[in-house]
Design a protein around this ligand. Structure first.
Ligand code: APR
Length: 202
């Protein structure tokens, strides 16, 4: 049975001799998964996802960048609405302060412990909760970083496969949100996600 109509293309625009922008998209009915190089804090979407910790205490990487650019109102709201933090595999929503988005979804991915501690299911569950929050908050466009692949040490290839499959399954079932963008910080993570997305589309 054909579940969806896949259209896959890769666009590489050479802006100069040294800089290249890569974008890859796959269409699932009326929804789209998109991969792009870049910084999560510059994304003009309805919601950006933060790679948070379970105390929602802030940190480095994506978390540091989101709070730095979003400003102190994001942490103030997080502390006052979610003093208990957020369990691993889940996510909570706040407004986005000075970020060019309406919401931040603070998602807690798993720490990699060799793959034997339920990491794959927890990673999938963190992505799914963000997509549910997108639907609950009427967000049509959402941008994710590669959750758990930095300080939390999840191997990039494995994270790419699981993250993309989780989003694809959600879009096929719910037909929303209309755009899910993965914002990948470097060539290595973009390559891993591009390979996984291509394999998934064959
Ligand atoms: N935009 C997009 N991606 C980014 C950015 C950014 N500004 N900064 C880092 N990344 C990439 C990293 O290269 C990595 O591939 O996002 C991915 C996730 O990295 P982390 O931010 O370290 O997130 P994670 O592995 O989930 O670890 C979460 O780190 O900062 C702390 O408080 C946070 O304790 C939590 C832990």
């Amino acid at each position: 049975m054909i579940l969806c109509n896949l259209i896959l293309f890769t666009l590489r625009i050479s802006l100069s001799g040294t800089y290249e922008v890569s974008i890859m998209q796959v269409q699932f009915g009326s929804c789209r998964i998109e991969l792009t190089h870049g910084d999560i804090t510059t994304q003009q979407v309805d919601a950006v996802v933060n790679a948070a910790n379970s105390r929602l205490a802030g940190g480095g990487g994506v978390d540091g960048a989101i709070h730095r650019v979003g400003g102190k109102s994001v942490m103030e709201e997080t502390r006052s609405k979610f003093p208990e933090g957020c369990p691993t595999g889940s996510a909570v929503a706040t407004s986005a302060g000075r970020l060019p988005a309406k919401f931040v979804f603070h998602a807690v991915g798993p720490i990699w412990r060799g793959g034997v501690a339920g990491e794959a299911d927890l990673l999938a569950s963190a992505y799914r909760r963000c997509l549910e929050l997108a639907v609950e908050h009427s967000c049509h466009r959402i941008a994710f970083p590669a959750l758990s692949t930095g300080a939390y040490g999840y191997p990039m290839d494995l994270a790419a496969e699981r993250s993309l499959a989780t989003v694809r399954d959600f879009l096929l079932e719910h037909q929303q949100p209309e755009l899910v963008r993965f914002v990948l910080f470097d060539g290595g993570s973009f390559g891993a996600f591009a390979r996984a997305l291509e394999a998934m589309s064959e």
